[in-house]
Design a protein around this ligand. Structure first.
Ligand SMILES: [Fe+2]
Length: 291
């Protein structure tokens, strides 16, 4: 099973300030084309919040236009830059029947080898997130229903301190209680999040939590507790989470064309034979199959 994660898309109108810095809409279109071009298609694409820059209905229309090009099943959750009701309306108009008609945008996807649970960590009117008592109770209940099935949780706000102080100041309240719930359910094999606009991961409870880079601008990596907030036009990326039957193996990859490529197979006179020898366990000796 293969999951592609995209995060912090920040789609906006043409006159948006951030789009003059990095064009979020164009970058997302490139990410969608990259996923469509994958010869091993993901089983599902998960978009972990901040799908638009301000949560306005017109921004969701632009988002829908771009995401409608995606040829892979799509799951959505909101982030702090989204607004829950316009988000819900847009998602339902795209056929997202998995989303509830009211309340927090939590849901369970049960038809894949790994059980997927989407969590709404947003807090109305605030950039920080929260996991309050009703949300904790809902998660504890649904995890208790399938204790033997490997499970992946996804939410926008990571439940740990990253060391980037100003992003940590808009972190997740209720993170300790959230951790207590997850600790009771060891079938949770990984938690994926966004919000940080950087690839970050840590051990957490008995699992691993990661943040996905943004498809547009990135947060400058600076762990100095006195540094000033800086967003950087660094290479945007997405993540691929491959479930090998026992564990998730996660990759971070740019989706824009690279500066150059060397196709190693094209350097060989007889690639099909070399490929077969490699697959049969031929040693990678100097002067051997890959010479
Ligand atoms: Fe964001």
């Amino acid at each position: 099973m293969l999951i592609a994660q995209i995060s912090d898309l920040h789609v906006a109108e043409d006159d948006n300030f951030m789009r003059r810095f990095v064009d979020a809409n164009e970058k997302l279109g490139t990410a969608v084309a990259f996923i469509n071009s994958m010869t091993r298609r993901p089983d599902v694409v998960i978009a972990t919040g901040d799908l638009t820059d301000h949560g306005r209905p017109e921004q969701y229309e632009l988002l829908k236009e771009i995401l409608s090009q995606l040829e892979v099943r799509l799951l959505l959750i909101p982030g702090n830059h989204d607004e829950r009701e316009p988000f819900r309306e847009m998602a339902h108009s795209m056929g997202a029947s998995y989303l509830p008609a009211e309340g927090p945008l939590h849901y369970v996807v049960d038809d894949l080898p790994v059980r997927l649970i989407g969590l709404d960590s947003t807090r109305d009117g605030h950039h920080d997130g929260e996991f309050d008592t009703p949300r904790l109770a809902w998660l504890d209940h649904v995890l208790g229903q399938e204790p033997e099935r490997p499970t992946l949780l996804f939410l926008h706000h990571p439940p740990f301190e990253t060391g980037i102080w100003w992003m940590d100041s808009i972190g997740l309240s209720g993170a300790k209680e959230f951790r207590d719930v997850v600790t009771r359910h060891p079938q949770v094999r990984r938690i994926i999040s966004g919000h940080l606009h950087r690839p970050i991961e840590t051990n957490w409870s008995s699992t691993v939590v990661s943040c996905c880079p943004s498809t547009t601008h990135q947060t400058q990596c600076n762990l100095d507790p006195d540094h000033q907030p800086v967003m950087a036009a660094e290479t945007p990326a997405l993540q691929l989470h491959w479930w090998n039957g026992e564990a998730f193996v996660s990759h971070t990859t740019p989706f824009e064309p690279s500066a150059g490529e060397i196709n190693m197979a094209a350097l060989m006179s007889d690639w099909p034979s070399a490929r077969d020898r490699i697959r049969q366990g031929a040693p990678f000796e100097k002067g051997g199959a890959l010479g």
